[in-house]
Design a protein around this ligand. Sequence first.
Ligand SMILES: [Zn+2]
Length: 173
Amino acid sequence: MRRPLRRYFQTRKEVERYFGGKTITCLLCGGRYGRLSFHLAAKHDMTTDEYKDRFGLPWSRGLISALSLANSGWDSKRRAKASRLARKTKFFKFAHSNGERRKLAPFLRDEALKHLGAHAVGFGRKFESRVWTLFRRGLTDAAIAEMLDVNTMTVNRRTKQWRKSRSRKPSRR
Ligand SMILES: [Zn+2]
């Protein structure tokens, strides 16, 4: 495979700029497309998840330019329905096939860090909700512990319960 044209996206602004145009530039070959997913599969034998992981793009955002998204005429209801469907069919198969939680896009991790402060200690409700926020974003216990400057076990005691209740009700995800 050819060398990528760039490395990780560092800021939200960069990401917005990347998605914001008429087309999206393929960072592997420089081609421009309204949607990248088909091109990635056909030309680079790569999934959108692999692509996002490689360049630090957020999981939540489809590889589609702002213009194509606007022209697709999908209101949020239809999109929610489609994403529910997508989840049912392949999301679980691929996203968790290696048993690992997804890594957070680096720029989002930086933002979360800035937002929470490096020493967000204190173990009350507020602490709990910080852990919850990071957990929901897909961080590992170790990563959360590092960000909040606490012991991993402190984090694990909470996430353990959340993981349990999640596996009991898989439809909630
Ligand atoms: Zn390409």
